[in-house]
Write a protein that binds this ligand. Structure first.
Ligand code: URA
Length: 269
């Protein structure tokens, strides 16, 4: 390999790493460009198929009930946030732990915060530092929370506690397995309300199927099995706002909606 080749490889790898592609799924590389070219060639000679075959059966969701039970038992034993963080770190029931994550990422912020911010899952920076929302998206979130007067009034966590490889969206099964720990965190912090950052968090916490653009800015009720009911407000994810700065206005309106309810005299709910 020439020096120029090595530089080209380095540059391509840096590009993919920046885009979040930092994990290998297979032992052997796959040349997708060659695959695509072959498919194009085949398409050029194959007559268009009009009748379609029956759609492939949906892949059955994995049975994670055992892991959920185990998470419930471990979460219930945690009487403090420190104990809960240790329980999460010791839990082996979430596959993400074994897909390249460096460590468990649980929370940051005030232990008695009136607002709990729940994001999707840790990214690369969070995985490296062991704290949620400390990368670029987290910095934007912090600036927004500060501007809304919420800087020291939030406890920040995620729906899953290990970084999904390549920053993919966590699966519903991964979120379900981590949910008992999230619910225990809510029980220990006792926030007055939840702010759900992004579609993956909003859908999983509220068990809804609509997209975030439909859900955001509207109040929902979050119900725990023990009868706890909390107001929950979905909003746009800060990573989305970094890509679509024009949407910041909507997220800002959501924060104002939240602070108005939080600071409403006498009756936060
Ligand atoms: N995105 C999230 O949803 N959570 C984090 O902790 C970081 C980025």
């Amino acid at each position: 390999m020439t020096h120029a080749d090595a530089k080209a490889v380095e540059s391509a790898l840096a590009f993919w790493a920046e885009a979040g592609v930092d994990a290998c799924y297979a032992d052997q590389p796959v040349d997708r460009l060659a695959e695509g070219a072959a498919r194009l060639k085949a398409k050029a000679v194959t007559p268009r198929v009009v009748a379609t075959a029956a759609p492939a059966a949906r892949q059955a969701a994995p049975d994670v009930s055992g892991a959920v039970e185990q998470a419930r038992a471990m979460a219930a034993e945690a009487l403090t946030l420190e104990a809960l963080a240790a329980a999460i770190a010791a839990f082996d029931g979430c596959g993400l732990k074994f897909e390249g994550a460096k460590q468990a990422v649980f929370s940051r912020g005030a232990a008695d915060a009136p607002v709990m911010v729940i994001g999707e899952g840790p990214g690369g920076e969070e995985d490296a530092r062991g704290e949620p929302f400390v990368g670029k998206a987290g910095q934007l979130l912090d600036r927004m929370l500060e501007a809304a007067g919420l800087k020291d009034r939030v406890f920040i966590t995620n729906t899953v506690f290990w970084r999904p490889p390549g920053n993919r969206t966590p699966t519903l099964a991964e979120q379900a397995v981590c949910a008992p720990f999230l619910h225990r965190a809510i029980a220990l912090v006792q926030p007055k309300m939840l702010l759900l950052a992004g579609g993956a968090a909003a859908k999983s916490v509220l068990q809804r199927e609509e997209g975030i653009l439909t859900l955001r800015g509207r109040w929902f009720e979050w119900h725990d099995e023990d009868g706890t009911v909390l107001p929950a407000l979905p909003t746009l994810h800060p990573a989305f706002l970094l890509r679509q700065p024009a949407a910041k206005k909507k997220a800002w309106l959501d924060l104002l909606t939240l602070t108005e309810r939080l600071d409403r005299p006498g009756r936060p709910d």
